[in-house]
Ligand binder design. Structure first.
Ligand code: AMP
Length: 181
């Protein structure tokens, strides 16, 4: 199954993407994780994106798309995948369409959670790029740049909504159930 997980920052989609991917036996492809790996190992790419990430801004499409396209060339994506955090802009949707063809995704799983709970979760997570100011700007960026993309996928009838609240394993079961339909 070729899936995209989308939702506001801190909605738990990364955790769920990893769990669902292992249950389905497909790779979990997270551009955020890929960028963090680059920053941690001090590559040229890592140096290029570090400041943007710390500010809660998006990395330019050109850089992000090149990295993702490279990852999608790996044969482990043949049997399906879960994309987590890409595409995040309308421009990236166009790039993904080109890469996979117009019917490249089977479902888009949209995480729905209460905004106050999200802020709590993100502060509790304590990641290096999670200062309170960063969280606020990541929300704003999500609303401005990523929310419109959900509407686009809605018009393609790909979006399924999942309640992201509650224990991790319950949310995983909810997702698997919705994917069976
Ligand atoms: P994430 O772990 O998905 O929340 O991503 C962490 C950070 O990596 C984001 O705040 C962006 O700075 C960057 N990033 C990840 N994916 C993308 C993307 N598809 N487009 C642009 N920037 C991204």
């Amino acid at each position: 199954m070729r899936l995209l997980f989308v939702g506001p920052p801190g909605a738990g989609k990364g955790t769920q993407a990893a769990l669902v991917a292992s249950r389905l036996g497909v790779p979990h492809i997270s551009t955020g994780e890929m960028f963090r790996d680059h920053v941690a190992s001090g590559t040229d790419l890592g140096r290029q994106v570090q400041e943007l990430m710390e500010a809660g801004a998006y990395v330019p499409d050109e850089i992000t798309v090149a990295m993702l396209a490279d990852r999608m060339r790996s044969p482990d994506t043949d049997k399906g995948f879960i994309l987590d955090g890409f595409p995040r802009t309308i421009g990236q949707v166009a790039s993904l369409d080109k890469l996979l063809g117009p019917d490249g995704l089977d479902r888009v799983v949209l995480f729905e959670v209460d905004e106050e709970r999200l802020v709590e979760r993100m502060l509790a997570r304590g990641r290096a790029d999670d200062s309170e100011q960063t969280i606020r700007s990541r929300f704003k960026v999500y609303e401005e740049q990523t929310a419109p993309l959900v509407e686009l996928y809605r018009s393609r009838k790909l979006v399924v909504s999942v309640d992201g609240e509650g224990p991790v394993d319950e949310v995983t079961e909810r997702i698997l159930r919705v994917l069976e339909k």
